[in-house]
Write a protein that binds this ligand. Structure first.
Ligand code: HEM
Length: 155
């Protein structure tokens, strides 16, 4: 029979309630890392625009740091999310909104990997493409959509 988010079982397969609580905590902690990185990157882009002329190197140096923070966040969210899905729901289908959340999370992973590649090339002297700031801004929008879908499915 098809499962729903309400069919969550009581952590029997998952190494107990403490492990389950830890994974859920890490899932939300990873969300904080990702959101912090996304908004931080947006602030850097705003300040760089205000700088008039070449932005200070110390400001641009924040971009790869936020890029790595975002990568750590999205990788951790995938690892803990897969764990929770398998342990609490036996990897059962949970409906269209869960599929949409996974699609948004996959897109977010691809965008964060692309940003990290752009920042790495910028460090070697290739200037980022003109559309890179838009790609950076999309991470916050995608994160907000994923949170809304998660609350719709599990809230
Ligand atoms: C950007 C990506 C993601 C965000 C922002 C996100 C956010 C959230 C949030 C806020 C909740 C708590 C919802 C609530 O209890 O009302 C949640 C729960 C959950 N997420 Fe995610 N998530 C993401 C990716 C994933 C992925 C990739 C998976 C699985 C592969 C996943 C699986 C789950 C599961 C199974 C729960 C329910 C946990 C439980 O109550 O036992 N999430 N997520």
């Amino acid at each position: 029979m098809r499962k729903h988010a309400g069919d969550r079982h009581d952590a029997a397969n998952s190494g107990g309630p403490a492990m389950d609580g830890l994974m859920k905590f890490l899932h939300l902690f990873a969300l904080m890392l990702g959101a912090g990185a996304g908004f931080g990157n947006m602030m850097v882009a705003m300040q760089a625009r205000c700088a008039g002329g070449a932005p200070p190197a110390a400001l641009l140096g924040l971009r790869p740091l936020f890029g790595r923070l975002g990568l750590a966040g999205i990788v951790l969210i995938w690892l803990t999310g897969l764990w929770l899905w398998i342990a609490d729901y036996d990897a059962a289908p949970l409906g269209w909104a869960f599929v949409a959340k996974l699609a948004v999370a996959a897109l977010l992973l691809a965008v964060v990997l692309a940003l990290n590649a752009i920042f790495a090339r910028a460090a070697r002297g290739t200037p980022p493409p003109a559309w890179a700031p838009r790609l950076g801004q999309s991470t916050s929008v995608l994160t907000v959509i994923a949170v809304a879908l998660a609350v719709y499915v599990f809230g």
